[in-house]
Write a protein that binds this ligand. Structure first.
Ligand SMILES: CC(C)(COP(=O)(O)OP(=O)(O)OC[C@H]1O[C@@H](n2cnc3c(N)ncnc32)[C@H](O)[C@@H]1OP(=O)(O)O)[C@@H](O)C(=O)NCCC(=O)NCCS
Length: 213
């Protein structure tokens, strides 16, 4: 019985370790979303200070039911990883999620992910990220985004370019992109409407190392 429990606990630890895609430090990781993350992620996202900088597709107030819907969506949005063949337009690796949880001190309290383009944009993706307000200003997101991008280049050979954008007033997010190595590509004036205000949008991009030129 004791041996079984020990085996079960070793298995559980190894399952959890396999969930982790990026180890930034002992207290900071990126891993697959778990259904139970709702308990820490939903309250963190149910915050107008976080939401005002994000797209309106994210509900506000943000409830546990919204977190459940998000979990189901993530499981359904899979993109084939591994070596990519442009002739057949297929990758030879397993299909994996595009969105991941940010874990600080063992709790999921942020998210980072990619939305892949379609047709002739199939080799580009758009990056998004957020972090619970209690962890802002500690340099976490800069380190997380850098590490996540490294992982994406290694994981999805299909990926040639990553786009990102922010509302111009969201200075912190622009700095994250600059510090993570994105190139500033221009300003789209009055490109979005958030909380009744027209927002100028700063555009950023990064090309896979070796693909430039
Ligand atoms: C934007 C956000 C991701 C930044 O995360 P963070 O972990 O606090 O960022 P970092 O600590 O790595 O800081 C990166 C840089 O931005 C600066 N910065 C962070 N917040 C800032 C703010 N509110 N105003 C000005 N600069 C800010 C930091 O000083 C740092 O720059 P520096 O090294 O030149 O001093 C976080 O505030 C957040 O999740 N906001 C809500 C959701 C969101 O905006 N998502 C992005 C949508 S585009």
């Amino acid at each position: 019985m004791a041996a079984t429990s020990c085996l079960e606990s070793t298995q559980a630890q190894s399952d959890q370790a396999e969930d982790v895609i990026v180890h930034v430090s002992p207290n900071l990781q990126i891993r697959r979303w778990r259904k139970s993350d709702r308990d820490s992620a939903a309250p963190a996202l149910n915050n107008p200070n976080v939401w005002r900088n994000m797209l309106d597709g994210i509900p506000q107030p943000y409830t546990l039911a919204d977190a459940d819907n998000w979990y189901e969506y993530v499981q359904s949005e899979l993109v084939p990883s591994g070596p990519y063949d442009d002739n057949t337009r297929t990758s030879s690796g397993p299909s994996i999620p595009c969105h991941y949880a940010i874990v600080v001190d063992g709790k999921a309290c942020g998210g980072v992910g990619l939305i892949f383009g379609r047709a002739c944009y199939r080799r580009s993706a758009t990056l998004g990220y957020w972090l619970a307000e209690e962890h802002w200003g500690k340099g976490y997101m800069t380190r997380l985004v850098k590490a996540f991008i490294e992982w994406t280049w290694e994981t999805w050979e299909i990926l040639g370019r990553i786009n990102s954008f922010h509302f111009r007033r969201n200075v912190g997010s622009g700095r994250v992109m600059e510090k993570a190595g994105f190139e500033y590509e221009g300003l789209r004036k009055k490109s979005g409407l958030k909380l009744g205000v027209w927002e100028d949008e700063g555009m950023y991009g990064m090309v896979r190392p070796g693909l430039e030129g």
